[in-house]
Design a protein around this ligand. Sequence first.
Ligand code: UD1
Ligand code: UDP
Length: 353
Amino acid sequence: MKVLTVVGARPQFVKAAAVSRVLREDHEEVLVHTGQHYDEDMSDVFFEELSIPFPDTNLGVGSDTHGRQTGAMLAGLEAEIEDEDPDAVLVYGDTNSTLAAAIATSKMDPPLAHVEAGMRSGSDIPEETNRVLTDHAADLLFVPSPDAENNLDGEGITDGVHFSGDVGYDALLWARDRADTDVLSELGVANREFVLSTVHRDTNADDPDKLEAIVDALVSDPRPVVLPAHPRTVARLEEFGLYGRAERGLTLTEPVGYRQFVALLDAATVVATDSGGVQKEAFFLDTPCVTLREQTEWVETVESGWNTLVGADEGAIRTALSDATTPTEKPTPYGDGNAAERIVEVLSDVTRV
Ligand code: UD1
Ligand code: UDP
């Protein structure tokens, strides 16, 4: 079997690495990077440390408006699929790279397989558009949770749906054993004595009032707060005159590698984030999470008490950070950490016939 995998953004490198490791044992994989993320610490670092080969092709699309970025990817991906003639095209999550690959593939021969299918937050964000459209174009839909399967059922999608569990869990288990704990001393923080934060959603980073509320809430926490800042957030902190305040009050760093990030998340007392993947990784690592959004697609983390949705309200963030506790019980809705095996097995069965 020959699979063409499309990635483009940080969380996709992490997830694709987990599947690639299994896929490449018995099958051929062509890895295409759209170039959506391109800074060394947003892209190359993941290929260097995750034990997967560098992409075969990088379309070099870079940053742009949604339409121009997605359009450039679509044109490049169509040509790649035409040239490679794969048995299946594999996409991850909900970024513009995911959507571009879905549109290109849906009008060509190979089946489209979507990993992390069925996730819905009910909010009006670009990622929700990307998720819904990709699911409706996909032939194979790998769901991470029973709830995701119900979401698809509610939209009339029942054919080709397979429960795989979450590939992010596979990735996390791999990295937890290889966590780079030196990062704690490098950043001057001690186990269970600091807060970790990430912020990158356009709804937070691009809104001066919300970004200021988040910065003020984080700065006011009495514990050290580590913020590995996404380039979008750095640009907006500078633009809105908040960079100095953040730099003085926080341990502001460049984005860190995945094995460093997992070490930080495992050691933090609590994490404040608007990331999808980080909410879930916190749950896996028993670190309470304060989510800087009004809604989440990872509903089980909230229902079980491990995650609190606070939006970008300064008071609510402060209270949630100081009140964060660890519940005594945790459900296991996201599978057993062997999602990659299931995905490869189904792909190979389906493409054989
Ligand atoms: C994208 C995804 C989001 C995902 C996130 C993971 C979409 C619509 N959004 O958001 O779902 O959670 O990736 O991190 O696909 N930039 C750089 N260097 C880089 C990458 C980005 O400087 O290597 C800056 C550019 O100014 C760019 C901005 O960050 O305009 C936003 O990048 P973009 O890829 O458009 O969106 P993300 O916020 O990263
Ligand atoms: N991550 C990382 N370094 C960082 C911040 C995040 O390696 O400095 C990892 C994190 O562990 C998770 C993924 O990047 O696996 C999440 O990416 P992001 O928050 O950018 O995207 P989202 O999950 O919200 O789509």
